[in-house]
Design a protein around this ligand. Structure first.
Ligand code: RTP
Ligand code: MG
Length: 142
């Protein structure tokens, strides 16, 4: 399988619960490498632009409000099949439906406060990585 990169976000609920490190361990234990990372507070404009694909959905305003409610940690994960692997580690969008042992099953409370984001396709990974990181900020290992 090809080596891919994917954009991951530790959302405000998980940062607030102090489980950044435990979530990072899930990535590393699954063979993914963190090749870029930063902590930041998203403005409404940045969060809204990030989730622009959901602009017409009924949950959009709540989603933007939640994503701006506290700091997030944004990272680029690299590895074989990284996009699907990260989505597997995350579990279903609604933590009540997420498989046992997934990040959302273990750390998330609700479909709104669901601990992590992960790109859902190669095209979104490319867009989302460029949304948060300049090429010079990526630090792949040799
Ligand atoms: P994400 O983009 O955050 O990784 O989540 P996802 O792919 O699993 O889910 P997506 O459909 O992209 O939705 C983005 C976020 O919007 C919230 N949501 N609420 N109330 C609802 O029906 C609903 N559906 C989605 C979730 O917080 C989801 O993570
Ligand atoms: Mg999504």
């Amino acid at each position: 399988m090809a080596v891919e990169r994917t954009l991951s976000i530790v959302k405000p609920d998980a940062v607030g619960k102090n489980v950044i490190g435990r979530i990072y361990s899930r990535f590393e234990d699954a063979g993914l490498t963190i090749v870029a990372a930063k902590m930041l507070r998203l403005s409404e404009a940045v969060a809204g632009g990030f989730y622009a694909e959901h602009k017409e959905r009924p949950f959009y305003n709540d989603l933007v409000a939640f994503m701006t409610s506290g700091p997030v940690v944004v990272q680029v994960l690299e590895g074989e099949g990284a996009i699907a692997k990260n989505r597997e580690l995350m579990g279903a969008t609604n933590p009540q439906e997420a498989e046992a042992g997934t990040i959302r099953a273990d750390f998330a409370e609700s479909i709104d406060a669901n601990a992590v984001h992960g790109s859902d396709s190669p095209a979104s990974a490319e867009r989302e990585i460029a949304y948060f990181f300049a090429a010079s900020e990526l630090c792949p290992r040799d």
